[in-house]
Design a protein around this ligand. Structure first.
Ligand code: NAD
Ligand code: MG
Length: 386
């Protein structure tokens, strides 16, 4: 029996994770759940999975939970301390890190510090604190298992192969809803259009990131920290069908890929049961003859500057990726709130990054200060534009 804590239980990844837990009750149990504000949903989950510990985003939400579920026998906490408590609860074998944004850094680090395995969906954790997070995991021998579909594919395509034989990692990108939208039209796209992803159903922040291609940029940084290859050995190819989830090219010209229907249940299950595989009979099987065509295109970094900005931040190193991420979080939320147009997202990030002098990302404090500075800068940019 694997005992889980799930950070972000009401999100897209959290809900699919719990669905899998429900399908394999002899293999998984839930110790802790953490989520933001959708209290009704958390109560439902707590009734079903009987955790010992629940953490909500605010004290108000925690109160609502207690009132809505008076019979709950576990502990109910709130705020950042609540997240850390869920991540470090005694007896937890695996923390599913599926909050969105830099908010996941502290609880994920706390789990790794204790030596607890982490299944990582929250890619921003590695973008902000890749060096610190991977060093912490190594020091405590805590497995850091990728849950993102591309990184799950890479883990599988790298398995059992000599590392020095790798020529490059190739991440696939769906290209998002604006793959074929001309640059002039990108200036006017709406929030609703940006949220209409062609192949994946996900939370709104990552869906906008997919539309700007920042999601792929964040994933390049994530791949760098997870697998230890330099940016020059990590490439991106656009693959609109989202069937090939990523590939590894070897020095002899062989290319190994992982293919599957685009359903996050597959990489989530892989991360939950790693290195074993679960039988996912409830999912549709991949029928290549029905898919018919698999296309691959070069990403257009001119129309989608976020991808290039992410590479640039990785090459700059230190606090630069944390700044890129914080600026992106602020600008995406301003776009979602209707405060800035779509193309102001890359424009704002570029500006904030240009004003930043990267420092060594030596400690959590340095990273949080860079994150804080970049958010202020991005908010100023929004303010000036609005
Ligand atoms: P989501 O917006 O659907 O869910 C986020 C969850 O985190 C929710 O439960 C929310 O309540 C909780 N949360 C956010 N901030 C919080 C805070 N401060 N305190 C407590 N709870 C908080 O997001 P998602 O689509 O599930 O994505 C989660 C992460 O996984 C992101 O980093 C995303 O990039 C990554 N990811 C998602 C997918 C996907 O298919 N959705 C695929 C790959 C990677
Ligand atoms: Mg992904």
């Amino acid at each position: 029996m694997k005992r889980l804590s799930i950070l972000g239980s009401t999100g897209s990844i959290g809900v699919t994770t719990l669905d899998l837990v429900g399908r394999f009750p002899d293999r998984f149990a839930v110790v802790g759940l953490a989520a933001g504000s959708r209290v009704e949903r958390v109560i439902e989950q707590a009734r079903l999975f009987r955790p010992e510990l629940v953490a909500l985003g605010s004290e108000e939400a925690a109160r609502e939970f207690r009132q809505g579920f008076p019979g709950f026998r576990g502990e109910v906490l709130s705020g950042p301390e609540g997240l850390v408590a869920v991540a470090t609860a005694p007896g937890v074998d695996l923390v599913v890190s599926a909050l969105v944004g830099a908010a996941g850094l502290m609880p994920t680090l706390a789990a790794l510090q204790r030596g607890t395995a982490v299944a990582l969906a929250n890619k921003e954790v590695l973008v902000v604190g890749g060096d610190l997070v991977t060093r912490t995991a190594r020091a405590s021998n805590a497995p850091l298992i990728p849950l993102d579909s591309e990184h799950s594919a890479l883990l599988q395509a790298l398995d059992g192969q000599p590392r020095e034989a790798v020529r490059r990692l190739i991440l696939t990108a769906s290209g998002g809803p604006f793959l074929h939208t001309p640059k002039a039209e990108l200036a006017h796209v709406t929030v609703e259009q940006a949220l209409r992803h062609p192949t994946w159903k996900m939370g709104s922040k990552i869906t906008v990131d997919s539309a700007t291609l920042m999601n792929k940029g964040l994933e390049v940084i994530e791949a760098h920290w997870l697998f230890g290859f330099p940016p020059g050995q990590i490439d991106v190819v656009v693959h609109p069908q989202s069937i090939v989830h990523s590939l590894v090219e070897y020095v002899d010209g062989s290319v190994l890929a992982q293919l599957a229907v685009p359903d996050m249940a597959i990489p989530i299950a892989f991360a939950l049961s790693y290195p074993e595989r679960l039988s996912l009979d409830h999912l549709p099987r991949l029928r290549l003859e029905e898919v018919g065509r698999l296309e691959f295109l070069t990403p257009d970094v001119e129309r989608f500057p976020c991808l290039g900005l992410a590479y640039e931040s990785l090459r700059l190193g230190g606090t630069a990726p944390a700044v890129l991420n914080a600026a992106n979080e602020e600008l995406v939320s301003a776009f979602l709130a209707g405060q800035i147009p779509f193309l102001a997202i890359p424009a704002g990030i570029e500006r904030v990054l240009a004003r930043h002098s990267p420092q060594l990302a030596s400690s959590l404090e340095v990273l949080l200060a860079a994150d804080h500075w970049a958010r202020e800068e991005a908010r100023n940019f929004v303010h000036v534009r609005a």
